[in-house]
Design a protein around this ligand. Structure first.
Ligand SMILES: [Zn+2]
Length: 286
């Protein structure tokens, strides 16, 4: 067969993926979800089911008051259609400081309630305030979560080593946002690249800067030919499907046991490995 390598490509043979993650289930999500949908973008929305429907105003000295009311449980399926619904803890408690039984309850009761609304098992979680420890991670794992977002910016485009400690590229308020977007779109890497932006939709009201997300969305949508737009959960499903590939000893056959088509690039070809099928890979000239 000769010397071999392969690398994961995203669907359509694209080497780049863009995902978003917005927290708290606030009423401004209605506008954000619609805006992103209009550009064909995908976002993971992290909701605390215990506070859905609550009315609230954020007041801070020297700052304007912001409506941080939450969407109602009844409107969740409509507001978030085409996006992903994810967990954020029942009451948005700091999970690294409360007792483990309460952490287990906050995680599982939130997941149970949201799954009842979403009509499917949840994959993703976002740590309230970004706080977590090993016990919190383990409880998420036991509850069936596959990924959890932190609030730590990486300023890079790597896929996480551990999805339960998924550091985003940056917050939308970061002054480097558009510079990073450009680096991502224009940059080259042999392996897959991921651009991950997070925030809270109420910040656009508070900072009076909806143009920030509009500009980013428009720019990214202009590169749909080279960038895959996916929710956090779709990225996890895809990476898991790639990791489950079964290779013959001589590398001439790859079996894809998952329900997701997987695209890989070898030294000589881009191959689509159909779900549930075995694909022959061309021998590599020496
Ligand atoms: Zn939050």
């Amino acid at each position: 067969m000769g010397k071999r390598f392969d690398t994961m490509m995203f669907p359509g043979g694209k080497s780049k993926a863009f995902t978003l993650s917005y927290d708290d289930g606030v009423v401004q999500d209605r506008r954000l979800a619609e805006l992103l949908r209009g550009y064909g973008l995908k976002c993971t929305f992290n909701l605390g089911s215990g506070v859905l429907g609550h009315t609230d105003i954020a007041r801070a000295p020297g700052r304007k008051e912001i409506d941080v009311s939450k969407v109602s449980p009844q409107e969740v399926p409509e507001v978030y259609r085409s996006h992903e619904i994810a967990g954020h803890g029942l009451y948005h408690s700091a999970l690294d400081t409360v007792g483990t039984p309460l952490v287990a309850y906050e995680i599982t009761e939130d997941k149970r309630a949201l799954e009842g609304i979403a009509g499917k098992p949840l994959k993703m979680f976002a740590y309230p305030f970004g706080f977590f420890n090993e016990d919190v991670k383990q409880l998420l794992r036991l509850a069936g979560y596959q990924g959890a977002r932190t609030v730590k910016s990486t300023y890079d485009f790597k896929l996480p080593e551990d999805f339960l400690e998924w550091n985003p590229t940056c917050h939308h308020k970061d002054e480097k946002l558009m510079e990073l977007a450009r680096q991502f779109v224009e940059g080259f890497s042999f392996g897959p690249m991921l651009f991950y932006v997070w925030g809270h939709a109420y910040e656009f009201d508070g900072d009076d800067n909806w143009d920030v997300i509009e500009k980013l969305a428009e720019y990214m949508a202009g590169h749909a030919d080279t960038v895959w737009f996916a929710t956090n959960g779709e990225i996890i499903d895809y990476v898991n499907a790639y990791r489950r590939l079964e290779y013959s000893v001589d590398g001439s056959m790859i079996f894809n046991p998952s329900a997701v088509d997987v695209t890989i690039r070898t030294a000589w070809e881009t191959a689509v490995l159909k779900a549930g099928a075995c694909t022959a890979i061309a021998p590599t000239p020496l």
